[in-house]
Design a protein around this ligand. Sequence first.
Ligand code: PLP
Length: 354
Amino acid sequence: MRIYNFSAGPAALPQEVLERASKELVEYGSAGMSVMEMSHRSKSYEDIHKAATDLLRELMNIPANYKVLFLQGGASQQFAMIPMNLSKNGKADFVITGEWATRAYKEASRVLNANIAASSEDKKFACIPEITKVSADADYFHICSNNTICGTRFTEFPDTGSVPLVADMSSGILSEVFDVQKFGLIYAGAQKNIGPAGVTVVIIREDLLENENAKKLPAFMQYKTHADAGSMYNTPPTYSIYMAKLCFEWLKSKGGVAGIQKINEAKAKILYDFLDESSLFKGIADKSHRSLMNIPFTTGDEAKDKQFVKEAAVAGFENLGGHRLVGGLRASIYNAMPTEGVQALVDFMKKFQG
Ligand SMILES: *Cc1c(COP(=O)(O)O)cnc(C)c1O
């Protein structure tokens, strides 16, 4: 029996996608082999690769002057690749909104002069800080659009003028409509809202591929290498890309990103409304910047939180413990989490609360 999996990542995948993959696992179409066994240069795989790219372009309405790359190494590799590839003046701005934003800042600090433009650390990352200035000489301005651990999200994006806005969208991509044109570069590890782990999506504006400094990097570390090769410079993570394609098709069947956004808003509201009136559980993020995808909460009592995680697991609700850095509780409700799963969780919380 499948349980409701509230993991922050790798996270639940749509059941329909898993069923389809299982049907095609041993023999894909008339290929006589599984997708995992195909040459990445074969026609069968090339069709999958192209379909995945085209579907993501369609779902996110990605303009023609942006490249879509399927890379490896997770969002963590992007923390390093971005400063290496975008550095011209050797300076970048960072908004510190939690653990992942901090890691992006620390990795970039090894490569260039990383400047903190704003931070909500003094508020324990419970909100998104106000952004009052952008360094005009910065090579890019980095944000983490949805903070997986603290459960906050940017509800509007800063206007950075001619400085490219770069966003870690690992836990927010495809959850609501974003205007890609506002960004110079968007990146996301797949294992939250795209598909299984193993592939990392990078959406980059073409002019950012032309940087003399980047040409000195090892070829593999340059975005341009992967862009010119259509993400086939070396063997791509073929099965993860195939799974992402199935997830994109599933998302399209749900009315695309605009369709899932409506569902996500209603779904998150079920849990937030309950937290706002509960006599036992309290939400952690400020109301003004609440995430639609990751909802941290607590009873305020560590032992009681632990008891809740245990009893919830017995009742079929897995992975409700908060991130190991912050403790407490957290429900991650990405696109694949059905509304019924959130409703069932709230019903269980009501019973637990007594
Ligand atoms: C999970 C996560 C990461 C780390 O991703 P890896 O693929 O493990 O490197 C980075 N940023 C955000 C916002 C995340 O949610």
